[in-house]
Design a protein around this ligand. Structure first.
Ligand code: UDX
Length: 452
């Protein structure tokens, strides 16, 4: 089937490539002409495992193409997926100006039936607004508006799209439901040849489809992300209590997670959550709830705990180092999580800015996110040293801080690192190591929620 994807960010580009991979003919639009030209040359704008290969395969097959002028392409396909950015406004409300603008363009240029599908995370009732906008600005062409939220995790986005734990569609007509069932059929039946795994275990295993109304589908997305963030803030609150009573949060989480009603995932204590989803979605969900008469105090507390977690971690560094002014602090990890170059709302940057404000010099290393971090911290560049290796970032440091749990840090040469540091102090924001093991290696080792 022909599909148009509007927006080639962390959602849209993955969606377009994966739709092409499972056999659809996809046109991807973005207003960023430089990004579109780069994609047409086979260059991806951000790192995501397997993305380069999917772009190459599907460009060679002629299944995907890119354009920066939308209006001439509005009638290329019956189904248009909106994968537009919905960043937070200063008051926390989602900025839906791009969604409204594109909806007006579709309304004024559509000459035949269109199914408009919300793929980006949008507040509940956005679909109703899109529907009204189509009626206001549109002509006689029929249309439907559906919700199809994504559940992609950065660093695993292509896997998550191709092998989803569930596909959710929120529809208001049988025609919209039938179209989305057809589009997702290869995913629902897992009938395609997986581009990621040889002998993929998912082949032929059906995946669940949730068919509901549009408002419920919109809520499912915000509620899912908010619940995951709540789990993280809960375990971080438990970590703070564990530090006060000498308990070990890793063992507490293990004991909790064995209960199938709780589960082990998203119970990893640490420096807090970042990324462009949880922080943004929590704010937007609180805002839309309040706008509809419900004060979501639970989620405001989830946000507050998360902010406090980063502040506590900074104080932990300060308490151990004492005077930060003039000190050299090694920083391992800048991205908000491993396997991505995304630094948006990254806890590392929030804490590094505090270290710099106290007069410390930061020697930072990240396997993929240095370029992004450099762009995100322009004013601080004179006292950040960006290093080419983990060892270089640790060399001469008065303390080494671990912000992101990149796999490669597990096999660092700690004997050499210990010798190279001004003080063998490691402050681990992701509990990557066992305290007794690091002390045996000769380090002072501080982590989160565990006896020091
Ligand atoms: C999240 C949701 O997982 C995904 O389903 C949704 O579609 C988009 O938002 P993402 O933001 O890419 O995905 O990353 P995720 O793996 O959820 O991690 C988010 C943040 O939480 C990261 O900063 C991570 O370090 C942190 N985290 C995660 C914890 O601190 N503890 C955990 O146990 C899990």
């Amino acid at each position: 089937m022909k599909i148009t994807v509007v927006g080639t960010g962390h959602v849209g580009l993955v969606v377009g490539l994966c739709f092409a991979e499972i056999g659809h003919e996809v046109g991807c639009h973005d207003t960023d002409t430089a990004k579109i030209e780069a994609l047409a040359r086979g260059v991806t704008p951000f790192y995501e495992p397997h993305m380069d290969r999917l772009l190459q395969r599907n460009s060679e097959r002629g299944r995907i193409r890119f354009f920066s002028d939308l209006e001439p392409h509005i009638n290329d396909a019956d189904v248009i997926f909106l994968c537009l950015g919905t960043p937070p406004l200063p008051n926390g409300e989602a900025d839906l100006s791009s969604v409204e603008k594109v909806t007006r363009q579709i309304a004024t240029h559509s000459r035949s039936y269109k199914l408009i599908v919300e793929k980006s995370t949008v507040p509940v009732l956005t679909g109703k607004r899109i529907h009204a906008t189509m009626q206001i600005y549109g002509g006689s062409a029929p249309f439907d508006v559906a919700s199809n939220p994504e559940f992609l995790s950065e660093g695993a986005a292509i896997h998550d799209f191709l092998h989803p734990q569930r596909t959710v569609i929120g529809v208001e007509s049988e025609r919209a439901e039938a179209l989305l069932r057809e589009i997702y059929d290869p995913i629902l039946r897992q009938s395609f040849d997986c581009p990621i795994h040889e002998g993929c275990e998912w082949k032929g295993r059906s995946t669940p489809l949730v068919v509901t109304n549009r408002n419920s589908a919109e809520i499912i997305k915000h509620a899912s992300n908010s619940f995951l963030a709540t789990k993280i803030s809960f375990i971080n609150a438990i970590a703070t209590l564990c530090e006060k009573v000498g308990a070990d949060v890793e063992q507490v989480a293990a004991g909790m997670g064995l209960d199938s009603r709780i589960g082990p995932s998203f119970l990893r204590a640490g420096i807090g959550f970042g990324g462009f989803c949880f922080p943004k979605d929590l704010q937007a969900f609180c805002h839309i709830a309040e706008k509809n008469g419900y004060d979501f105090r639970l989620l405001r507390e989830v946000e507050r705990i998360n902010q406090l977690q980063m502040e506590h971690f900074f104080q932990k560094i300060k308490n151990e180092v004492w005077v930060l002014k003039g000190k050299r602090i090694g920083a391992w990890g800048l991205a908000f999580k491993p396997d991505t170059d995304d630094v948006r709302f990254a806890p590392a940057l929030a804490v590094i800015e505090k270290l710099l404000a106290e007069g410390a010099t930061v020697a930072a290393y990240d396997p993929r996110a240095i370029k992004e971090a450099c762009a995100a911290l322009p004013s601080a560049s004179h006292r950040i040293v960006y290093c080419q290796s983990a060892e270089q970032a640790a060399s001469g440091a008065d303390a080494l801080v671990i912000f992101t749990e990149w796999q490669e840090f597990l096999c660092a040469d700690f004997a050499r690192i210990r010798e190279s540091m001004a003080r063998p102090l490691i402050i681990d924001g992701r509990n990557m190591f066992r305290p007794e093991e690091m002390r045996r290696r000769g380090f002072e080792y501080i982590s989160v929620g565990r006896p020091q």
